[in-house]
Ligand binder design. Sequence first.
Ligand SMILES: C[S@@+](CC[C@H](N)C(=O)[O-])C[C@H]1O[C@@H](n2cnc3c(N)ncnc32)[C@H](O)[C@@H]1O
Length: 218
Amino acid sequence: MFNRVAIRYDLANHVLSGGCDFLWRRRAAEIVSKWNPPCILDVATGSGDLALSLKNKLPASKVTGVDFSSDMLAIAQRKGLRDTIMADALQLPFADQSFDAVTIAFGLRNMRDWTAALLEMRRVLTQSGHLLVLDFSLPQNSLVRAAYRFYLHYILPRVCAVLTRDKTAYQYLGASIENFPSNRALCDLIEANGFVNTTVTPLTAGIVTLYTAEARAL
Ligand SMILES: C[S@@+](CC[C@H](N)C(=O)[O-])C[C@H]1O[C@@H](n2cnc3c(N)ncnc32)[C@H](O)[C@@H]1O
């Protein structure tokens, strides 16, 4: 599916988020910059926007983007992300403890096994490594949540169909957001799979949330 929409993916992101996706990734990069990690892995890097924000913020760090969609990676490369590897996040082609930070933006929700993905991200992190997850969430406020659900299920799929010229590609999005754990539930999942000290930062009224965690000593 991501190969199909790759060419229009960035446009769809910017339009559907009203440009907020730039701010979300910038905020993520600011958090990662405080850890000052020499080696960063951006999992499900897609068209590379988070990896490129990280590279901007941390020019001395090595940032590697991994994704299993060749077409998304081709776009990331064209935008200037040099270190990309095509691989499945559930079987990362890296030795244990190869990275000081692992990031994943709008990727974990799309994986068929969240537990396996988290364990794999923990495996490639050093003992003092950090994880950052950025993903959609459901707002806590019931009025905002109702308005957001209307947008998600009725407006977004129609706008996406026009933008991506693909009627089916974004139909899954609303359901995937409904099914994905958020806030404390996602922290519990992260902590059950190799991490400690999770933090939660809701952004834009809670439609997106940033999570951080530290690798639990093995
Ligand atoms: C919604 S995009 C997010 C891309 C980018 N991180 C961003 O913030 O725009 C999700 C990405 O996850 C990738 N993906 C999903 N499951 C994957 C897996 N098991 N292994 C590697 N990449 C995966 C898709 O190919 C797609 O590029």
